[in-house]
Design a protein around this ligand. Structure first.
Ligand code: EPU
Length: 422
């Protein structure tokens, strides 16, 4: 198992290129199932989760290849085994988004029911409700979702909201299924995340007829077939946000390239409140901290609200604020595994239901800590770069799921991170 040893404090200065978005690439890879032939997805990050999705698609009968430019080609000419096996799907919840495309393409699919994970329960009831509305028959058998569409799928007006608002992968699943359904589908309360817009744009390039992209009302006119395409995924706004905080927490200055600020309004708003400057520059930006870190209150919400995927990283920054802040988690109310670990580094955080009260401290102190999930681990890396001493982060495989070459990228701008095997 790999660990990180991180020496701090450091001041980061220089340029970082943001990778392609993991959460855009994963459903787009699944979308390749809809179009028999070879789809090429450009700019995909080289990450553990992408490898899992590639293995999942291969297990269905696809041929998946990666070239030196980080493009992935997925040949789906022969999909002869529409079964998402537990041994693969259990490694990554995004595996669920093969369900809609398989059903649309093959008329049947069996996909292992994903379990909970470190950030909470994560049910898939809304995915199943949406597919049933399109005419699928679905039951559970031996821990598997068994879905059939004996008469094909038929478009319908449906509502996809749930207790926590819209669902990102649920929207992806229904949207993909609806592209090949008969007639018109209207998805109300669709997720508006930029990753869903990227998927919709890719599907349209494949020949789908989707309008309302970027809004909570997606309208899909079903078509008979889709064609394979070449498509480039958007930059990763969560990686970008993480590196913006890296600049701020180390009192440094970074230039981020391949970083589209368009989808980052709520993040930039909170950074500015904290005293961070984000200056647009040629498809990217410069980021630096002005003076002390100011306190700020944050509530996570579906897009265009503040993203849950940056909640932990902002907590690391606000732990060093000159005053008190409150972070409230409204998407995954249990997503606070990082609180205890940051407190081990001398932060002063107190969980109160779905909120955390953050009493700013002057310094963080290095400690051995445990990575618990992807974004919580990123928060520990950020805290460690600001803390005095050597922090040891265990279980860094969580970070490898979503941050491409994180130690190389950060070391190139002044961090001192070494990866060791234990
Ligand atoms: N929900 C339901 N029923 C469902 C689906 C979702 O109640 O059928 C609830 C969830 O429990 C949660 C809320 O709805 O409370 C929103 O969950 P959503 O379905 O939007 O999450 P997801 O699609 O499973 C994606 C990202 C997550 C990100 C969330 C929220 C991917 C691969 N995953 O998950 O990313 O946190 O949207 O924005 O796109 C990460 O990258 O670290 C990560 C966890």
């Amino acid at each position: 198992m790999d660990i990180f040893k991180i020496e701090g404090p450091v001041k980061l200065e220089g340029k970082i290129e943001i990778s392609g978005s993991k959460n855009a690439a994963l459903p787009i890879m699944a979308a390749a199932l809809l179009a028999p032939g070879k789809t090429t997805i450009k700019g995909t990050p080289y990450l553990a989760d992408i490898v899992v999705m590639a293995n999942l698609l291969s297990s269905l009968g696809a041929t998946v290849q990666r070239n030196d430019n980080f493009d992935i080609s997925i040949d789906t000419s022969n999909i002869d085994n529409p079964v998402g096996d537990y041994e693969i799907v259990r490694k990554m919840r995004a595996g669920i988004c093969i369900l809609g495309p398989l059903l649309a393409r093959c008329g049947k699919a069996t996909v292992s029911m994903p379990g909970g994970c470190a950030i909470g329960d994560r049910p898939v009831d809304i995915h199943l409700r949406g597919l049933r509305e399109l005419g699928a028959e679905i039951h559970l058998e031996n821990g598997n979702i068994v879905a059939t569409a004996p008469n094909g799928l038929t478009g319908k007006k449906l509502f996809l909201g749930g207790p926590f608002g819209s669902t990102v992968l649920g929207t992806a699943n229904i949207l993909m299924a609806a592209t090949l359904a008969k007639g018109q589908t209207v998805i109300e309360s669709a997720a508006c995340e930029p990753e869903i817009s990227d998927l919709a744009n890719c599907l349209n390039k494949m020949g789908a007829k989707i309008t309302g992209i970027g809004s909570p009302r997606l309208i899909v006119q079903g078509v008979n077939q889709l064609k394979p395409v070449e498509y480039k995924v958007i930059g990763d706004r969560v990686e970008a946000g993480t590196f913006m905080i890296a600049a701020a927490i180390t009192s440094g200055k970074l230039e981020l390239t391949n970083c589209c600020l368009d989808g980052m309004g709520a993040v930039v708003d909170r950074l500015e409140k904290i005293g961070v400057t984000v200056e647009p520059n040629n498809g990217g930006c410069f980021v630096w901290q002005n003076g002390p870190v100011k306190p700020a209150d944050i509530t996570t919400q579906p897009y265009p609200g503040f993203p849950t995927d940056l909640q932990a990283q902002f907590m690391a920054l606000l732990a060093l604020a000159d005053g008190n802040s409150v972070i409230t988690e409204k998407i995954f109310p249990d997503r606070f595994m990082h609180v205890a670990e940051l407190n081990r580094m001398a932060a002063n955080l107190r969980k109160e239901g779905p909120s955390v009260i953050i009493v700013g401290v002057k310094n963080l102190v290095a400690a051995p800590v445990m990575a618990s999930d992807l974004r919580a681990s990123a928060a520990l890396v950020l805290a460690a770069m600001a803390a005095k001493g050597t922090t040891v982060i265990n279980r860094v495989y969580h970070i490898d799921r979503g941050y491409e070459k994180i130690e190389q990228k950060l070391n190139a701008v002044g961090a001192k991170i070494s990866r060791e095997k234990i």
